[in-house]
Design a binder for this molecule. Structure first.
Ligand code: FNR
Length: 183
């Protein structure tokens, strides 16, 4: 049966390289994997006062995650960590206390940035957060991609076969990882 993946793209930028990477990954996945990009640009800034009466956008975010079988985080690196918008969404979905929407859902973290470290440090921070939130996260392969001009063609496909092959290898491992966990 269909495996539903909630995709978090850590950039709100229209031409986001990370969104392009997410779409490229999705195209390499088998047909029984269905990907849904989770909206995070309309959420309030998390504030514990919200817990008493969670706003509709926050409650809906939680519902979308809870309906998913697996998670995929595709994030840029901002100042050697994950962007605030992504952390904000994670904080919201992890609360109110005792209702962590991520718990037990298998996930993976990948990313692309213009810097030579290719989001490695942002991913490491995010892994730390996901460990606490009880998300079993794929260890290998790590996907740290440095963006290069012309890396994606007009359709968002990789222009280099070697990049495509590398990302395909990640997708295969991710699919196998997700299938290890009962739905
Ligand atoms: C960046 N960028 C960046 N790149 C990187 O490799 N390491 C970093 O620590 C940072 N820090 C950083 C901070 C802030 C505030 C911005 C706006 C940018 C550059 C970043 O990789 C680049 O903007 C990417 O294009 C962001 O990803 P999207 O939006 O294309 O998905």
């Amino acid at each position: 049966s269909t495996i539903r993946v909630a995709v978090f793209v850590g950039s709100l930028r229209k031409e986001s390289f990370n969104r392009q990477l997410a779409h490229a990954v999705e195209r390499l996945a088998p047909a029984d994997f269905q990907f849904e990009h989770v909206r995070i640009d309309h959420l309030p800034l998390y504030n514990q006062d919200l817990d008493a009466a969670y706003p509709a956008e926050c409650a809906n975010l939680k519902k979308v995650i809870e309906a998913a079988d697996a998670l995929l985080f595709v994030t840029p690196e901002y100042n050697r960590s994950m962007p605030g918008v992504l952390k904000n969404a994670i904080d919201i979905a992890s609360r109110p206390w005792g209702t962590n929407s991520f718990a037990g859902k298998p996930g993976a973290v990948i990313g692309i940035s213009v810097g030579a470290t290719g989001t490695a440090l942002a991913q490491q921070h995010l892994r730390n957060v996901l460990a606490y939130l009880d998300v079993p996260t794929l260890g290998q392969p790590e996907v740290f991609i440095q963006h290069k001009e012309g890396m994606f063609d007009a359709e968002g496909n990789f222009t280099h076969e070697s990049t495509k092959k590398f990302v395909h290898g990640f997708v295969d491992r991710y699919v196998a990882w997700v299938k290890r966990f009962p739905k």
